[in-house]
Design a protein around this ligand. Sequence first.
Ligand code: PLP
Length: 363
Amino acid sequence: MRKPRGCVIDMSRFWSDVVHGLTPYVPGEQVEGPDVVKLNTNENPYGPSPRVLEVLRSQINDSLRLYPDPVSAELRAAIARRNGVSPDNVFVGNGSDEVLAHTFRALLTHRDPVLFPDITYSFYPVYCRLFGTPYEEISLNAQFEISVDDYVRENGGIVFPNPNAPTGLALEVSKLERLLEANSDSVVVIDEAYVHFGCESVVPLVHRYSQLLVTRTLSKSHSLAGLRVGYAIGHPDLIAALDRVKDSFNSYPLDRLAQRAAIAGIEDVDHVARSARKIIDSRRRLVKGLHDLGFEVLPSAANFVLTRHGGRESSELSASLRERGVIVRHFRNPPRVAAYLRITVGTDAQCDILLSALRALLN
Ligand SMILES: Cc1ncc(COP(=O)(O)O)c(C=O)c1O
């Protein structure tokens, strides 16, 4: 039916009720260009294993007419081999964002609130609003650290990244064990998106703590953000809950190319270790460069740093860097983080361009 002229129809009346209450996650922008230094989304500057690219080329053929393996059995087996667990301890999804979304749906939505830090991966509260999950944000301490004692209270689950994002601060495994000991009756999810850059993993603990679920991504350490592959490791009964949600949502979250390429990426252990080592070295160099310019930098175990300059507004620095083709991330919220910039560790050459731009701005 044609709309009468001058009559504005409110199309949002067609939305489901839940949609009105959503505050969607805003991803860092994907700016491209030969002269852009992109340090805003924690991508890996070194590119994926050549074996991944080879496998992708070999898979572009007539087999694409067929659906992929709905359970990604070979990929789960490869992840299991690499992590010293069995395939029924492994779940895979379309990026760890999807794995986390299914985790909130399958394991963290209860009467008691799920607990996570007030400064953390900002997708967690977004999932809560989507799924109607009660949640409580626990303040980081004055040094931006997670205090595990703050998580000893009634809860419907606990989730945070280790190292945390966007702070980059890591917790020792002994503290996470204390957290698990104190929370034997609720699921504890440790999001290890950045674990390869200098932090100890809790994956070995899944054999001792059946309530522990560890999530991982190939986006950072394996330089495969564009492939969209993430996974979780935990007790088979936790994995079964994730599979039930996945099979009620999308039977084929990982396409044929992604499954084969992810196996090649996971098996090229040397490539992953080499690029992580380079990033850790560049991080040390970047931190020194920032200190020399008068920046305060939180001690990071990730492929990014959270930093601020006492004399200059971070929002203003971010905008001025952008004018010079250097893109970093500035979060307006929460207020404690708004004072900082989150800068991805790029190659040494990229970090040098950033430091020169900052030097020019501060002068
Ligand atoms: C802490 C944390 N977890 C999970 C993710 C999601 O990663 P992906 O969906 O690319 O696997 C990110 C992405 O930046 C992250 O920072």
